[in-house]
Design a protein around this ligand. Structure first.
Ligand SMILES: *Cc1c(COP(=O)(O)O)cnc(C)c1O
Length: 363
């Protein structure tokens, strides 16, 4: 069987370091907001090449807290890609703001910068640039628009740890960025975790209060904050794994290259390879017009796949008010995408087996 993603195997090479980290925290007697969290924040800021990092409880909170920290007027609008993972959009809603959906570019699955300007109104305050599947958004036109209209750029980098754009790292491409350390992400904890990176000292300080009841001195509360902290055990585990992230992303790139070179089925649309060596390849997504048949066929051969994602946000029950929206590119993507096995611990032989199976597929 070729698993889609085996998290036990992903963490196995780090097992001793992880065990050592946990033991160290247990022994310390200090479990929330201590030196492990601080050390990880410093290491992750250095990795992202930003001035500041603030650890939080998860990726959704990272994005929500950034949006809250800016204190935009109620009902301000935030531009988001229509095909993003639902969490990007939930963050806007939780911050009391209005998500405005923009179609992606079908060749990259990233927000189409050419379609953003038509959606900007006097209420627009920010663009949420989601680096979906591990590929950075086309930032230059987004930066131009942000400048022209005085908008903040917030990166959703939850799938893009270590990805680059024009030589800069994800997390350092806008005003602030939200990361997730959910176990399956490129840098994964053994539980929930998240972080915000920014070069804005005032924002970083505000966020360090907001994640902790709005307090920086115990029992003195300056803001109406949340409880959203990265705990010491997860921070210690993340510090242990971070030094290996670059090499793990390189393994992902090697597998992406194998897929891109090897799959030659006429009905399969491959992801863009233009930025192969800059992308973090969180997932490798192909399209096929008869997706369900391809999934079943691969399953018969013992090859696991996943669909990211089966239902677009505007067709989710949670956002019933968007039911009548017509977003044909987003809908096509959600009908046709399949994610193939890829991880730092998949072997080349396994990837080659998947390629061969796909190339032999006939409906
Ligand atoms: C995983 C993810 C999130 C949310 O992260 P959590 O830690 O699960 O809350 C947000 N945006 C994107 C694009 C994600 O993939």
């Amino acid at each position: 069987m070729i698993s889609f993603l085996d998290l036990y195997q992903v963490n196995a090479p780090h097992r001793e370091r992880i065990d050592g980290s946990i033991e160290r925290v247990v022994q310390s007697g200090w479990y929330i907001l201590g030196k492990e969290g601080k050390a990880f924040e410093e290491a992750f800021a250095a990795y992202c090449e930003t001035q500041y990092c603030v650890g939080v409880a998860n990726g959704l909170d990272a994005l929500t807290l950034i949006l809250k920290a800016y204190e935009f007027p109620p009902e301000s609008e935030v531009i988001v890609p229509a095909n993003t993972y639902i969490a990007s959009i939930l963050a806007v809603t939780h911050a009391g703001l209005t998500p405005v959906l923009v179609e992606p570019d079908l060749s990259t699955y990233l927000i189409d910068p050419a379609l953003i300007e038509a959606k900007i109104t006097p209420k627009t305050k920010a663009i949420l640039a989601v680096h979906l599947y591990g590929k950075c958004c086309d930032m230059q036109p987004i930066q131009q628009l942000a400048q022209k209209y005085g908008l903040k750029i917030i990166e959703d980098a939850a799938q893009a740890h270590g990805a680059r754009y024009a030589g800069k790292k994800a997390g350092n491409l806008g005003d602030a960025a939200g990361f997730s350390f959910y176990p399956s992400k490129n840098l994964g904890a053994l539980g929930d975790g998240g972080a915000i990176t920014t070069n804005d000292p005032a924002l970083a300080e505000r966020l360090s209060y907001l994640r902790n009841y709005g307090s920086n001195v115990k029992y003195f509360n300056d803001y109406i904050g949340l409880n959203s902290r990265l705990d010491e055990i997860q921070a210690a585990i993340l510090s242990a794994k971070l030094p290996f992230l670059e090499a793990e992303n390189q393994r992902r790139q090697q597998q992406a290259r194998l897929y891109l070179d090897g799959i030659n089925h006429p009905d399969v649309t491959l992801p863009a390879r233009t930025t192969l060596d800059q992308d973090a390849w969180h997932i490798f997504v192909i399209r096929h017009p008869k997706r369900e048949q391809l999934i079943d066929y691969l399953k018969e051969l013992g090859i696991q796949t996943v669909v990211h994602y089966p239902v677009p946000p505007h067709q989710q029950k949670a956002y019933a008010e968007w039911r009548d929206f017509s977003l044909p590119i987003t809908e096509k993507i959600h009908q046709e995408v399949i994610s193939l096995p890829l991880s730092p611990v998949h072997r080349d032989e396994e990837i080659l087996q998947v390629i061969e199976a796909i190339n032999r597929f006939s409906v």
